[in-house]
Design a binder for this molecule. Structure first.
Ligand SMILES: C[S@@+](CC[C@H](N)C(=O)[O-])C[C@H]1O[C@@H](n2cnc3c(N)ncnc32)[C@H](O)[C@@H]1O
Length: 267
């Protein structure tokens, strides 16, 4: 956790460090899913047919998603500003229709104009400066009839309400690298303004409301309080026990309950 992180530029070092020691220790989605393909990648892969599509993966990390899309018949360019991630991707996930580039998307202007059928970006938009401007940039990369598919944490659920309370009232360092905290409403508004069609859903429901949320809090809350120089082990324990009794038995329902949002924009 690093409370001084304010811009995307500050994050690059954190990413390189995290990828150097192995991302499993840092990025929750990989810790959560014991299956080979993490839920985020799996949900996006089943969203469309990839065959014959020209795809840009923004913030491709160590390349699993880009590789899986290439395996399904897409021609993929994966870009990431972490040279450590791209080194790992190049060593791990290669395919004749897959190319990686070390590139800072904050600095990429119009060079990809109208080149892609699909721009995907998994778990990255919340780490960029001016994210809605970046979405507009992604939209300029699309050929006519193209589509953007992104995933980003959804904070409108019990997990989000707890962590947002800590962040907004006490400036608690609730995540390692998030600069923005999105809700579906933000993307609905943006799509309407841009005259794009949007469909969205959330997944990772247990992370937003259930047993995985509890496991996440057991790991996360002691770290957050430690970084705030607060010692309250008994408080954390009783809060988690209360959540186990009340939140785990409450029948959470609705479109928002998942901890991860998937947003699919079409021109
Ligand atoms: C949480 S990771 C997600 C990685 C990958 N998409 C996945 O789902 O496993 C966010 C990624 O975005 C990359 N990233 C952040 N800011 C970037 C920028 N300005 N340009 C390119 N990549 C960036 C990071 O290096 C990191 O690999």
């Amino acid at each position: 956790m690093n409370r001084k992180v304010k811009t995307n530029r500050d994050l690059r070092k954190i990413y390189n460090g995290a990828f150097s020691v192995g991302e499993k220790q840092h990025f929750t989605k990989l810790v959560l899913n014991k299956k080979k393909i993490p839920s985020e990648d799996g949900e996006v892969l089943k969203q469309i047919s990839w065959r014959g599509k020209r795809v840009l993966d923004v913030g491709c990390g160590t390349g699993l998603f880009a590789y899986e899309a290439a395996k399904r018949g897409a021609r993929v360019v994966g870009v990431d500003y972490s040279e450590v991630a791209i080194r790992e991707a190049t060593a791990t996930y290669t395919h004749p229709h897959l190319e990686y580039r070390i590139e800072n998307i904050q600095k990429t202007a119009r060079k990809y104009k109208r080149m892609f059928d699909v721009v995907v970006s998994l778990g990255t938009l919340e780490h960029l400066d001016n994210p809605m401007e970046k979405l507009s940039l992604f939209s300029s990369f699309l050929k006519s009839g193209g589509e953007i598919i992104i995933t980003t944490p959804n904070w409108v659920n019990p997990r989000g309400f707890v962590l947002q309370t800590m962040l907004q009232l006490f400036d608690a360092p609730i995540t390692l690298a998030d600069l923005h905290y999105f809700s579906p409403r933000v993307f609905e508004k943006w799509a309407k303004k841009r005259h794009l069609k949007l469909s969205w859903r959330t997944f990772d429901v247990s992370w937003g409301t259930g047993a995985v949320m509890i496991a996440d809090f057991k790991r996360r809350l002691p770290n957050v309080l430690r970084d705030m120089n607060i010692k309250n082990d008994a408080g954390i324990q009783s809060f988690i026990a209360w959540l186990e009794t009340e939140a785990l038995t409450f029948p959470w329902k609705g479109k928002h309950v998942g901890a991860t949002g998937l947003y699919h924009f079409r021109k």
